[in-house]
Design a protein around this ligand. Structure first.
Ligand code: HEC
Ligand code: HEC
Length: 735
């Protein structure tokens, strides 16, 4: 045993000496920005007139059959069909993304029968699994019923349905005769070196629409078989709580890879929207429902908007920057968990389109794809308006998306099949629940707030809240959030999502956040858990300039969207979209929210399940270092079994920190040996003191977010007597 370790060490020493220049060259080579070229639509001489909105009511059975106006119909069609040209981005990431992402493989029709269960994807009605590969040898779903999108035959704009809601297939213009000669479908499905090659040209490109993560089974009309929903079973706004990001975007990661471990620990129904552009914080967020935008917009918070974001407000055209006056105060909602999208609804929607790959010609010059090893630059709205036809065509659409969402009403449990059976018939309990809500929750979770001359915290304020909650129309037009930002030091939930940095000044989403956001104070220290010193809280100070806040989410239809909190960390995942399945998830989550002693605590820390390695595919390694690769990869590790994922994932990526993680003696994390177990290394007195010191050092000074416990915080109401909690729960079910 000892002998094996010695000889491995020697080999590692050699690798370590050579890895240093590799790491340095990775960093140094990434330090230049290039000017962004026009997008492909502009390069092809197209204009917005080539991208008309789809006018037919293609999805009339969805969303409870709600009748929409012309504009609202166009808005929903955009939401479900419009990729904004991002198929160019997804194709590029398939080629340059280290063999991790390939949506054409995600679409493999042989998985259709269990797509919802394994990947959380929503099968488009009217398709079946293919019985044979297509002319290029690809397994793609076959249509069996006429398309609701048949009325809109322009596949150049919307591609064709893939059989999965939110993924659209386009012919690949680069798939010419030369590419055809090199195309080998058999190897594409089986040979990693072939399919992860940068040069491989696929016959199709796959584009992503907003529907991919947001369309899901309608709680009021759930499908009999979630693998085979009908249109009337689907809802645009509920958010896909079943989505498995790892399975959708990283089809070919396997146990033994650290990235696999990270995705494996990610709760279903979440997406880490700052993985690209990478902010080096692993903080997947729940895909929350978007209800009653109308009620949300009635409130709005004053934010000062300045800089590049002013171009967005002005809706710049290709020539003129609109920077006068140089500041503007607007009432805007706080969109996203941290309220970072703070320049209005149109701006928020445009930002997500860019995040999904709109104008990737510019976007990818602003940050370093996936690895994120060079400083970011702000995505320039003015530049996009000049050089991207897709930007302009999307800008023409977002007003209609906003109109569509303003029509989306809450979904009430009493209207769901069998729903009223879950709600108490005892009026006294319900009234008690309303009062408890008024006293403990409404200050943050109601958009109906006392008039300016009544202080919310005064006895008169309390009286106002009670009367407000007891009114029969309390629910009407109530967004059930005040949409304000609160410091995470007060909310005490896991800080990692609040610490996101992409919207801070000069970072990639600079043009989409307000000056108010960028000027926020530091929230002061928060206390985090250090596995090396469990009894001693580790203080962490959130930086000033935006990070560190959460806005209360709306509690509209909260019965339907458990697990809870920004990271879906509270409550079981049932994977069952029936009313009973949703109520099982709700009951578990609300209990854990109000009785924090029922939560998992330290056991909620995401950890590696086995020794794992960071694996860099050989094709990305400079020639001189290729001999170090084993089976096509350069492997950094082993990272011991039981290591907290975020101890490694949130480390600031500079050379010094990497060498700390993978010290010079060998490449093993923390000098661990393949048999090490993280908790044994930490255990006193028999653990390893040196490793413990290293862990404390990583967490206290080298981490972007050292907060490891996912399900902590939000202790509001925890001290209430049990009957009050039970009454409160009855009331919450009715929202
Ligand atoms: C890969 C999954 C994914 C896709 C695709 C996606 N979203 Fe989302 N969406 C999310 C997640 C995750 C959240 C919650 C993010 C947060 O608040 O941090 C969210 C939340 C939202 C919200 C609500 C934020 C709030 O404050 O209530 C809006 C609006 C939104 N998305 C718009 C869009 C638009 C527009 C598109 C299409 C361009 C889109 N999304 C596509 C994952 C996705
Ligand atoms: C000081 C403001 C504040 C008060 C008071 C407050 N909340 Fe919250 N609530 C928040 C914030 C902020 C979040 C988001 C925290 C996060 O996700 O990290 C939240 C999240 C929640 C969630 C999770 C929602 C979801 O979609 O995941 C529920 C449920 C909730 N609160 C219910 C309550 C109830 C019930 C009360 C009263 C007992 C209450 N809150 C009191 C601010 C507050």
């Amino acid at each position: 045993m000892h002998q094996r370790r010695r000889s491995t060490l020697d080999q590692f020493t050699i690798i370590a000496i050579t890895i240093l220049p590799l790491v340095v060259c990775l960093f140094a080579g990434c330090n230049r920005f290039v000017e962004s070229p026009p997008d492909d639509a502009m390069a092809a001489g197209l204009t917005t007139a080539d991208f008309p909105q789809a006018k037919d009511d293609l999805f009339s059975q969805m969303d409870g059959g709600v009748r929409l106006t012309e504009n609202e119909i166009e808005g929903r069609n955009t939401w479900i069909l419009w990729t904004a040209g991002n198929q160019v981005f997804w194709d590029r990431i398939a080629r340059e993304g280290y063999g991790i992402v390939d949506l054409l493989k995600t679409l493999d029709s042989r998985n259709r029968a269990h797509r919802f269960g394994t990947m959380g994807l929503i099968n488009e009605p009217g398709f079946r699994p293919s019985t044979r590969p297509d002319q290029y040898g690809l397994w793609l779903d076959q249509r069996i019923q006429p398309s609701p999108t048949q009325a809109d035959p322009d596949e150049k704009i919307y591609g064709r349905s893939s059989g999965v809601i939110g993924l659209r297939i386009y012919p690949n213009p680069d798939f010419d005769n030369e590419a055809k000669k090199h195309w080998d479908a058999r190897r594409y499905y089986s040979d990693r070196v072939y399919f992860s090659g940068r040069e491989l040209i696929r016959p199709y490109r796959v584009g992503v629409t907003c529907g991919l993560c947001h369309v899901a089974p309608n709680p009021l009309n759930p499908p009999m078989d979630p693998e085979n929903p009908r249109w009337e079973n689907l809802d645009s706004a509920i958010g896909n709580q079943y989505f498995r990001e790892g399975k959708v975007f990283a089809f070919d990661e396997h146990p033994g890879s650290f990235f696999w471990e990270m995705l494996n620990a990610q709760p279903p129904g979440t997406s880490d929207t700052s993985r690209v552009a990478n902010d080096h914080i692993n903080n997947p967020s729940s895909i929350n429902p978007i209800f009653d935008l109308k009620a949300r917009l009635k409130e709005g918070v004053d934010e000062t908007i300045a800089g590049g974001a002013l171009d967005l407000l002005a809706g710049v055209d290709e020539t003129t920057p609109h920077r006068t006056p140089d500041q503007s105060v607007r009432k805007v909602p706080h969109i996203l968990k941290d309220g970072a999208d703070s320049v209005g609804v149109a701006g928020a929607i445009m930002r997500v389109y860019v995040n999904e790959g709109l104008d990737s010609q510019q976007w990818l010059t602003d940050h370093d794809l996936l690895l994120g090893l060079r400083p970011q630059r702000a995505f320039s709205v003015a530049q996009a308006a000049r050089s991207s036809v897709y930007w302009r065509a999307t800008f023409e659409r977002v007003g209609n998306v906003e109109k569509f969402f303003s029509r989306i009403k809450p979904i009430h449990l009493e209207d769901a099949p069998g729903g009223s059976a879950y709600i108490t018939k005892d009026q006294a309990t319900m009234n008690r629940g309303k009062l408890v809500f008024a006293e403990r929750c409404a200050g943050c979770h109601s958009s109906k707030q006392p008039p300016a001359d009544i202080s919310p915290r005064s006895p008169a304020g309390l009286k106002w809240y009670r009367e407000s909650a007891m009114r029969p129309d309390f629910r009407e037009g109530n967004f059930f959030s005040n949409d304000r930002r609160y410091p995470v030091s007060l909310i005490k939930t896991n800080a990692c999502r609040a610490l996101a940095t992409n919207a801070t000044a000069g970072h990639v989403w600079d043009n989409f956040s307000s000056l108010t956001y960028k000027s926020l104070d530091s929230t002061g220290p928060i206390e985090t858990f250090n596995p090396a010193e469990p009894s001693k809280p580790l203080p962490f100070i959130a930086p000033a300039g935006g990070p560190g806040y959460y806005r209360p989410p709306s509690l509209i239809s909260i019965w339907s969207s458990a697990p809870f909190l920004h990271n879906n960390s509270i409550g079981i995942f049932t994977g069952d979209p029936s009313v009973a399945g949703r109520m099982r998830a709700f009951n578990d989550a609300i209990e854990k929210l109000l009785w924090p002693e029922k939560r998992d605590g330290e056991a909620a820390i995401g950890v590696t399940t086995q020794p794992s390695f960071m694996r860099i595919p050989q094709s990305f390694i400079p020639e001189a270092f290729k001999p170090l690769c084993v089976d096509g990869f350069l492997n950094l590790g082993p990272i011991p079994r039981g290591t907290p994922i975020n101890l490694v994932a949130n480390v600031k990526p500079d050379v010094g920190n990497l060498l700390k993680l993978f010290p010079s003696a060998n490449l093993a994390l923390l000098n661990a040996d393949i048999d090490s177990d993280f908790s044994q290394l930490m255990a006193k007195p028999n653990g390893d003191e040196k490793v413990r010191r290293l862990v404390s050092d990583l967490l206290s000074v080298r981490s972007n977010c050292p907060d490891l416990i996912e399900d902590r915080g939000h202790y509001f109401g925890a001290e209430l007597p049990d009957p009050d909690k039970l009454a409160l729960i009855e009331f919450l079910k009715t929202l």
